[in-house]
Each structure stands twice: as structure tokens, then as C-alpha cells.
Design a protein around this ligand. Structure first.
Ligand code: XLS
Ligand code: NI
Ligand code: NI
Length: 441
């Protein structure tokens, strides 16, 4: 096999930390992997991952125009040879940025082939090469997933298709993707319901489709046990796009679905910024809902555009977003198996390979700053103290009795009658708290 190292990005060297005063576009200004924050290195806190789909397979095409991206590894051949070259390009890219993890869909790695058998064979060939590249570079797999939404056979859904044969194709893909995630030492495995939803209830049996999805996930749990994969399963909520209504619509809906189908103990959530926004929530809301349920697994780091109502998957460059995200992540104890996965793509107009580097550097630096800001907010303690104090009526007396389940409605009524009226309500101080938060930005 031809020597492939360093041939795809010959003009770009290793990207290093140079500090906030650096004007070098190919250096980190804030992401200093070995710097300690709350006793852990930034590398350990953030656990950055690059994705194979946008980075390697994204073309810059949109609904109105062809692809624009210049990608020296894309020959358009769909051959195993091209797939292996692409793997080398990806590992060269991630190594130069010092990104410790990556994520893939099965079909990003190879092609769909003319049959499932052919696709599986190509997957095996690329999987073996990924194993070698992981060993050579030390880069590890954050998660794998199955791409059960691109192929026309999934037009009506995959696990929720009206056609049982389609369900079997989807299961076969997840089975194989799980095997390779396990073989490559993946930290976890993600389920995003690409087309698991509907466009019209006039042709849809919602209950039956949800039952099938529940069945599908139970089959995945059984298979995971069978092969001995120990990593967590993560569901990635998204309310719409491509379907009008996706079943995994937001964190609360996913948790309810998992509870209803007896799956809660087997799953956590992978929360994506742009999906949260499409659901009409903030990222920190979704993280709080997941964290409060003990189900905060991992995050897909990107952001949307307030003027465009779809999943634009932009690189996260908003400091408030990353600071609030990391504040919530730290509150729930930080990542264990999960990480900050850049499910983000460069803009159609940013078509050169350098843009891939600039975009990841921007995202990594913004998250590093977000982490540092969050740690400073926590060290300062004023916001935490405010919230704690705000609920102090629950720490003793009547509040403590209610929390302990020792008060009935009749007890509440007796207490309220004895008071005459509530006295001593205090201001919520939202503007003051926002100003305090701003002190750290
Ligand atoms: C699409 C999703 C997808 C998942 C992986 O909107 O974000 O990229 O992360 O299938
Ligand atoms: Ni995603
Ligand atoms: Ni998305």
C-alpha cells in the first residue's frame, strides 16, 4: 500500500496552543490541552471529537446548489481504495488538530454498495484500516451509528417503516455498526431517528410505529449484551427535519418514550445544540432535563441560525452558548464516556481544506473559553448561592415536611389559614444575575 501519511494537508502542520495574543489562524488561543481547570485537564474535560460525515463527506451542496468543497480525497469512485484514502485523510486531519476522538455513520466510512453484502464487505475493509490508524495515532472512537436515512429504502422510516423488510435492513445495519463500534473500542453508540417520524397522520399508525421503535431498541440492547459491548447507548433527540414530526423530539419526549417501553436503564441522551433550538428549547434546558434524570451522556456541538429554521449545523462560536453548556455539564459532574462532538459543517462558501481547520479551531477555542468561564462562575459562587438561598423555605419547617412527604393537603390548608397571607416574597433578580454572568464573559 502506498505511503499516505501527511499527503492530504501538506501545507498544514500540527496546530498548537499559542495563547490569547496569538494572531496565527492555525493556532489555539484558548484550548490548551494540558491546562488544569477544576483539577482536570482541558483535554479530559472536553473530550473533543470530529465527525466523519461533515468533515470527510460534506460537499457543501444545498437544496439550491451543487457542492463547492475542494476535497483532495474525494474521487467520487465509491471504491474501497477511495474509502481507505479517506480514512488516512481523516486521521491526518484529526492528528494535526490534536482531536482525541471521532465519530462515524457506517455509510460515511464506505459506500452503500450494490447490496448489503457488498456494503458490509467494504465496511469490514475500512474498519480494519481504522483499527490500524487508531493504534498509530492514539485517536479513539467516541461513538458509531448507523445511517438509516439516506438510502431510498428508508423513505418511510427505518425501525418505524410501514414495511417489515425495511425494519430488517435497518436492524442489519445497526447490528454491523455495533460490532464495529465494539471492535474499535467505541465509548458509546448513538441512535438518532433519521426518518423515525411521520409527515402525515393520514397515512400513519403512530402507536404501531412507536411500538416497533421500542421493539427495535430492545433488540439492540439484547445484541449489545450478546457481543459484550459495555458502552452506553445514547439517543439523540431532534423534533423535526427530515420528517415533520420525529418521535425522538426532545429530551423529555425521549425519556418518556424510554420509560414507557422499559428501556430507561439502557439509555442516556446525546444532546445537540441545533436540535434543542429546533425544539424551541435552549441547549442548557435540554441538558438540565437530561442531567436531572441522570441521563446526560454526550453532546453534539454545533449551533443554528436564528434566521433559518433548520439544522444548519454551524460551528459553535457563541461564548454564551458554550459557557452555559459547560456550566450545566460541570454541574452534572462532567463527561465520563461522552464528549464534545463537532456535529458541525463549514459553510458552503468556506470551501477550502484550510476552512476545516479554522472551523475546528474556532469551535475548540470557543468551548475552551466556555469551560474556563463556567469554572470561574462556579468558583465565584454568587449564582449558586443565590439559587440555594432562593429555595431556603424548603430547608426546614413546613417546606422540609412537604419534601419528606409528611404533609397532606389538609395540613397545607391549616398552615395557609394560620398565615393570613404569604409575606416576604423576594425578587427573582434576573437582570442582576445576568449582569453577574456577564462579568465572566
Ligand atoms: C442529524 C443528526 C446526525 C446524528 C448522527 O441531524 O445530528 O448527524 O448526530 O446520526
Ligand atoms: Ni447530531
Ligand atoms: Ni443534527
Amino acid at each position: 500500500m502506498a505511503k499516505r501519511s501527511a499527503q492530504f494537508f501538506p501545507k498544514i502542520g500540527t496546530v498548537r496552543f499559542e495563547g490569547p495574543d496569538s494572531k496565527n489562524p492555525l493556532a489555539f488561543k484558548h484550548y490548551n490541552p494540558d491546562e488544569l481547570v477544576e483539577g482536570k485537564t482541558m483535554r479530559e474535560h472536553l473530550r473533543f471529537a470530529a465527525v466523519y460525515w461533515h468533515t470527510m463527506r460534506g460537499t457543501g451542496g444545498d437544496l439550491f446548489g451543487w457542492g463547492t468543497a475542494q476535497r483532495p480525497w474525494a474521487t467520487g469512485e465509491c471504491s474501497t481504495r477511495e474509502a481507505i484514502d479517506r480514512a488516512h485523510a481523516f486521521f491526518e486531519f484529526a492528528s494535526k488538530l490534536g482531536i482525541p476522538y471521532y465519530a462515524w455513520h457506517d455509510r460515511d466510512l464506505g459506500s452503500h454498495g450494490r447490496s448489503l453484502k457488498e456494503a458490509n464487505a467494504q465496511f469490514d475493509a475500512v474498519g480494519r484500516e481504522l483499527g490500524k490508524l487508531q493504534r498509530d495515532t492514539g485517536i479513539r472512537l467516541l461513538w458509531g451509528t448507523a445511517q438509516n436515512f439516506v438510502h431510498p429504502r428508508y423513505m418511510h422510516g427505518a425501525a418505524t417503516s410501514c414495511n417489515a423488510d425495511v425494519f430488517c435492513f435497518a436492524a442489519a445495519q445497526v447490528k454491523k455498526a455495533l460490532e464495529w463500534t465494539h471492535e474499535l473500542g467505541g465509548e458509546g453508540y448513538v441512535f438518532w431517528g433519521g426518518r423515525e417520524g411521520y409527515s402525515s397522520l393520514l397515512n400513519t399508525d403512530l402507536k404501531r410505529e412507536m411500538d416497533h421503535l421500542g421493539r427495535f431498541l430492545h433488540m439492540a440492547v439484547a445484541y449489545k449484551k450478546k457481543i459484550g459491548f459495555k458502552g452506553p447507548f445514547w439517543i439523540e433527540p431532534k423534533p423535526k427535519e427530515p420528517t415533520r414530526h420525529q418521535y425522538d423530539s426532545d429530551a423529555a419526549a425521549c425519556l418518556n418514550f424510554l420509560r414507557e417501553y422499559g428501556l430507561l436503564e439502557h439509555f442516556q441522551l446525546n444532546i445537540e445544540v441545533n436540535h434543542a433550538w429546533l425544539a424551541g428549547h435552549t441547549m442548557e434546558h435540554e441538558l438540565e432535563v437530561a442531567g436531572a434524570a441522570g441521563a446526560l451522556g454526550s453532546i453534539d456541538a454545533n449551533m443554528g441560525d436564528y434566521f433559518l429554521g433548520w439544522d444548519t449545523d454551524q460551528f459553535p462560536t457563541d461564548l454564551y452558548l458554550t459557557a452555559k453548556t459547560m456550566l450545566t455539564v460541570l454541574k452534572y459532574g462532567g463527561f465520563t464516556r461522552g464528549g464534545v462532538n463537532f456535529d458541525a459543517k463549514v459553510r458552503r462558501e468556506s470551501f477550502t481544506v484550510e476552512d476545516l481547520f479554522y472551523a475546528h479551531i474556532a469551535g475548540m477555542d470557543t468551548f475552551a473559553r466556555g469551560l474556563k468561564i463556567a469554572a470561574r462562575v462556579r468558583a465565584d459562587g454568587r449564582l449558586d448561592a443565590f439559587v440555594k438561598d432562593r429555595y431556603r423555605s424548603w430547608d426546614s419547617g413546613v417546606g422540609a415536611k412537604i419534601e419528606a412527604g409528611k404533609f397532606t393537603f389538609a395540613d397545607c390548608e391549616r398552615h395557609a389559614l394560620s398565615l393570613g397571607d404569604v409575606r416576604g416574597l423576594e425578587s427573582g433578580r434576573q437582570e442582576l444575575l445576568e449582569a453577574i454572568f456577564n462579568e465572566f464573559i
